[in-house]
Design a protein around this ligand. Structure first.
Ligand SMILES: *[C@@H]1O[C@H](CO)[C@@H](O)[C@H](O)[C@H]1NC(C)=O
Ligand SMILES: *[C@@H]1O[C@H](CO)[C@@H](O)[C@H](O)[C@H]1NC(C)=O
Ligand SMILES: *[C@@H]1O[C@H](CO)[C@@H](O)[C@H](O)[C@H]1NC(C)=O
Ligand SMILES: *[C@@H]1O[C@H](CO)[C@@H](O)[C@H](O)[C@H]1NC(C)=O
Ligand SMILES: *[C@@H]1O[C@H](CO)[C@@H](O)[C@H](O)[C@H]1NC(C)=O
Ligand SMILES: *[C@@H]1O[C@H](CO)[C@@H](O)[C@H](O)[C@H]1NC(C)=O
Ligand SMILES: *[C@@H]1O[C@H](CO)[C@@H](O)[C@H](O)[C@H]1NC(C)=O
Ligand SMILES: *[C@@H]1O[C@H](CO)[C@@H](O)[C@H](O)[C@H]1NC(C)=O
Length: 754
């Protein structure tokens, strides 16, 4: 099959060449092959000029290969899937030199014109020996024509003694002149009748039928859509048919020969993921039952395929209820893929040049061979890009594959969170991209990006879970047009990897110190509350807080008596206060809290509690002569200290007890009492009247008449008891009286203790 040769008979050609001077043949630009019944000549796409054509020459006759002439004469010219120019010529084509039916020769000129209009001519002498002997009947379904050739009928037996005189294959007018062609055409009538039309050979030629003989064969060829041809539907497929019989007279015998030809003209279509091309198995026009299948060979791009290779590529041929179905997986090797972007979607076109040799036997012909050549194509099939999320969260990186691209597509840029991922920075940031080929000439891209990359967004979900999100746009370039296809993808992964912020506290001389360790999510997602109040600059200023950001933590000091500090109790050890600090996640409302309690030593203090109690600590240390703190009492002498040490006494009582006196003054009420020296009299020394106490500490609390009470803390010597009231001073703790309501509530609920 590979025996072919191209001869450049320079010297010879010069003699008979009436054309331009031949140019020297560039190496590798032409490829010639001899197939069963055809010359194949292909010209490399890179070699093709601005304009080009083929001329064929026999002797002094030269013809340009084009249009109707080419179809009627057995020439097919096309750009194949790869863009190469292909010329396929039947051995029985016009101008082919038939060497005793064993070798065929054709002189072809390839004429290439560049953009300057300069023409170059390359002569190619194609010579093909006949490899496969001619069969009794051979049909060709080409892209542009149908051809049938049959062995010339033998004369009937009773003429066997008579010398067979071949009708000389000469010009019309001699032997062929008397030939008649009978065309049968189905009528459109209901009955399905058949109309016959008998025309002389000359007329058939005018109708577009090339009819001729060789030494051994009779030939009929016509373009598709010729007059007297008709189209029929067989099952799913359309078939064009010419039903013809040639009558010719040999001596005194009238010989008839069936020259019908039929070709499937249906286009390929998609069926699932396959390109499906169907053709009828045994057309009544061509088959006289019984029909016996003798062989089937399939090829693409000019090569027969072994069953093994066809199987490997996923090609399938099968007989489905008298329809031959040929299936080629879209994009399979052997064809050609072209990528497109249509309305922002990725799509592909697929082209595959197939040919099919079928052989059968029937009642009329011991062997019929039918060769079919078809360029199958599927245009603009949407090919959704498959994104596979291969992320394993514990590996702390996104891993995405995008599949499957043919070689005319290349990944240009990746944009994450609307920022380009720069190739030169990829490695430094741990981003990786690889291109992995598949055996079927496609490949996938694998893109990997660490969760920690600044372009990856994070969201805290609560319970230490965090969601990482990659919003990516993958921009592909399509060659050769440079079209851009953008594929957007959003991939997420969740991981329980959050280190929550941590709070710690300590007591200082000035107040309560809290450290807020940041943890590993953005500190701006948390808000800090002190004693239930959101920490802002106003609060920092008001409370005289000191706030210091450090590398690992934020330090906050709340001074004694500042807002945010809660009263817990008063005892001999001192004033017990607490600071509740909390961090609240803005979205999940998840809370971290810490309460730091501190005791500040005090010697004297008056606390007016919102629940209407007064707690007071007095110090008798400076009193002269010294007195026993055990011997102090309130206005009601029965109200004795709760606790004492050697100089101090603590009382805790309700404003409606222990002899407390309430005075209304405008919209407020002043509650007064006092701590006095009240030594117990021995029962035998009880005086008639109470002596004037020599130690008196007045106490006073002011509460609004109708509104809720608030907490106030005073030095007893400054309590609002000494008249006139306007002199009453809340001492150093004045700001404390401006506690927000909520805080007072909290203090209210706390027990007094120490
Ligand atoms: C018919 O064939 C003969 C030789 O076989 C050839 O000389 C002649 O040109 C052919 N006729 C046509 C119309 O091609
Ligand atoms: C086969 O095709 C014929 C005619 O096209 C139809 O009547 C018949 O039902 C088909 N058989 C099957 C199995 O599809
Ligand atoms: C190529 O092979 C890959 C992997 O086997 C497959 O996913 C893809 O669909 C194939 N593509 C074509 C066009 O056959
Ligand atoms: C990739 O980015 C560069 C620079 O930002 C730009 O010039 C180029 O057109 C982009 N290519 C694609 C395919 O988006
Ligand atoms: C593709 O995406 C890039 C980055 O988001 C953008 O700059 C470009 O305009 C897009 N191109 C098309 C054709 O959508
Ligand atoms: C991707 O993979 C991760 C981890 O297996 C999974 O959590 C996530 O739901 C997947 N899908 C998308 C669209 O991100
Ligand atoms: C006060 O009384 C308590 C018990 O009632 C006693 O323990 C304490 O010593 C007394 N303090 C003084 C200074 O007398
Ligand atoms: C006063 O206190 C009561 C209960 O303690 C509370 O329900 C009410 O809201 C408070 N009123 C004001 C004005 O704060």
């Amino acid at each position: 099959m590979v025996m072919y040769y191209v001869s450049l008979l320079w010297f010879l050609l010069f003699g008979l060449c009436p054309m331009s001077v031949p140019d020297s043949i560039p190496i590798g630009m032409f490829r010639t092959d001899c197939h069963d019944r055809h010359f194949w000549l292909s010209v490399d796409s890179n070699f093709l000029g601005h304009k080009f054509r083929f001329d064929v020459q026999a002797g002094t006759e030269i013809h340009e290969v084009s249009g109707q002439w080419a179809a009627e004469c057995g020439y097919t010219m096309a750009l194949d899937s790869w863009g190469d120019l292909l010329l396929r010529v039947s051995y029985l084509a016009c101008l082919v030199e038939n060497q005793k039916e064993t070798e065929y020769r054709l002189l072809v000129w390839f004429i290439n014109r560049d953009s300057n209009g300069e023409e170059k001519s390359y002569p190619l002498l194609l010579t093909c020996p006949l490899q496969v002997p001619w069969g009794p009947r051979e049909l060709v379904c080409e892209q542009n024509y149908m051809e049938v050739s049959v062995l010339k009928p033998q004369p009937p037996d009773n003429h066997i003694s008579t010398a067979w005189v071949t009708p000389a294959p000469v010009e019309l007018g001699e032997g062929l002149r008397e030939w008649r062609v009978v065309f049968r055409i189905p009528t459109l009538s209901q009955e399905g009748g058949i109309r016959e039309e008998t025309v002389p050979l000359r007329m058939a030629h005018l109708l577009g039928y090339h009819i001729n003989t060789t030494d051994s064969r009779i030939l009929l060829r016509c373009a598709y859509g010729s007059k007297l041809a008709y189209t029929q539907q067989w099952g799913e497929t359309d078939v064009e048919e010419v039903s013809a019989t040639i009558l010719y007279k040999l001596k005194w015998t009238l010989l008839t020969v069936d020259m019908s030809v039929a070709c499937a003209i249906s286009l390929a279509q998609m069926d699932g993921s396959d390109v499906l091309w169907s053709l009828p198995r045994d057309l009544p026009t061509l088959v006289h039952p019984p029909f016996i299948e003798k062989g089937l060979k399939f090829g693409v791009g000019g090569q027969y395929l072994s069953e093994c290779v066809a199987h490997q590529r996923g090609y399938m041929i099968h007989d489905n209820n008298r329809t031959l179905e040929i299936r080629i997986p879209f994009g399979a090797e052997g064809g050609f893929i072209k990528s497109h972007v249509i309305d922002g979607l990725y799509s592909q076109s697929y082209f595959v040049d197939v040919f099919l040799l079928r052989e059968w036997e029937d009642k009329a012909w011991s062997l019929t061979q039918q060769r079919t050549f078809r360029a199958l194509f599927i245009y603009h099939l949407p090919r959704p890009v498959t994104l596979v999320n291969k992320t394993v969260p514990s590996q702390r990186e996104f891993s995405i594959s995008l599949c499957c691209f043919p070689y005319d597509v290349s990944l240009g840029n990746v944009t994450v969170a609307a920022q380009p991922v720069l190739w030169e920075e990829m490695e430094r940031n741990g981003v990786r991209l690889s291109q992995n080929p598949f055996p079927n000439n496609t490949y996938l891209y694998l893109f990997q990006m660490p969760f920690s990359h600044p372009l990856i967004s994070q969201k805290y979900l609560g319970d230490r879970f965090r969601r990482y999100t990659l919003h990516g746009v993958f921009s592909f370039i399509l060659f050769p047009d440079g079209e851009i296809y953008n594929h957007s993808a959003t991939v997420e992964a969740e991981l329980q990897d959050v280190v929550l912020p941590k709070l710690e506290g300590e007591c200082t001389v000035r107040g309560v110190h809290t450290l807020a360790y940041y943890g590993n999510i953005d500190s701006s997602e948390w808000s800090l509350y002190v004693g239930g109040m959101r920490l802002d600059w106003e609060l920092v200023e008001l409370g005289g807080f000191s706030l210091d950001p450090h590398e690992l933590y934020l330090s906050l000091e709340v001074p004694l008596y500042a807002p945010g500090m809660a009263y817990e109790g008063l005892g001999l050890q001192g004033l017990l206060v607490s600071v509740l600090v909390s961090l609240v996640h803005l979205e999940t409302a998840e809370e971290q809290t810490h309460v730091q309690r501190c005791v500040f030593p005090v010697r004297e203090l008056l606390v007016c509690l919102p629940d209407g109690r007064m707690v007071v600590m007095v110090d008798t240390a400076g009193v002269s002569p010294p007195l026993n703190p055990n011997h102090t009492a309130l206005l009601d002498p029965a109200c004795r200290p709760l606790e004492t040490d050697n100089s101090r006494a603590i009382f805790s009582f309700s404003i409606d007890s222990c002899g407390t006196v309430a005075t209304h003054d405008g919209d407020q009420v002043i509650y007064r009492n006092e701590v006095r020296n009240m030594p117990p009299f021995p029962p035998h020394l009880r005086p008639l009247s109470q002596p004037q106490p020599r130690y008196r500490v007045p106490l006073g609390c002011v509460h609004p008449e109708n509104r809720n009470h608030t907490l106030s803390i005073y030095l007893p010597s400054h309590s609002p008891t000494l008249l006139p009231m306007k002199n009453a001073q809340k001492t150093a703790f004045h700001s404390h009286t401006r506690h927000p309501e909520g805080l007072d509530q909290k203090m209210h609920s706390l027990p007094v203790g120490g």
